[in-house]
Ligand binder design. Structure first.
Ligand SMILES: [Zn+2]
Length: 146
């Protein structure tokens, strides 16, 4: 985590004009699980746990309120791209439940588990590009000297 200045006033000379944060680059880096700021460090430690700060550039990664967004987008995307097309296939309605249920639920679970960290990373990249941070993170990032 970068140095946090609790005492800096809003007009602090340390506040610099905001750097550019291209949406596409931020999304792509997040999708790849990389820090949206530098593209080198990792967003996650473990499967879905967001690091406090990037290990490469020190960017505060924990300030982005990804919360339920990634789960929501994952359900939305999987539902539209996988489940809906699946329901059109006639074998789903004709084959035995003993084949259809494991044959769809297991791949769906695998796809969802693979997609979730990528989508969460992309959501964090999006929040980064749009400069959406947690309420309590807003003061810190405005005052940050690094
Ligand atoms: Zn970084």
């Amino acid at each position: 985590m970068g140095p946090m200045r609790e005492d800096g006033p809003w007009g602090s000379p340390h506040v610099r004009p905001p750097e550019k944060r291209p949406v596409g680059r931020s999304l792509a880096r997040g999708f790849a699980g990389r820090c949206p700021e530098c593209g080198k460090g990792h967003i996650f430690q473990g499967y879905l746990k967001v690091r406090d700060a990037c290990e490469a550039c020190g960017h505060d990664l924990d300030q982005y309120p990804s919360d339920d967004g990634p789960a929501y987008f994952t359900i939305l995307i999987i539902g539209h791209l996988v489940v809906a097309p699946l329901l059109v296939l006639s074998f789903i309605w004709k084959a035995s439940l003993w084949i259809v249920v494991p044959g769809t639920v297991i791949p769906l679970a695998v796809i969802t588990l693979l997609a979730l960290p990528r989508i969460k990373g992309a959501v964090i990249g999006m929040l980064y590009a749009m400069r959406i941070v947690r309420e309590d993170g807003m003061l810190h990032s405005a005052d940050r000297a690094d």
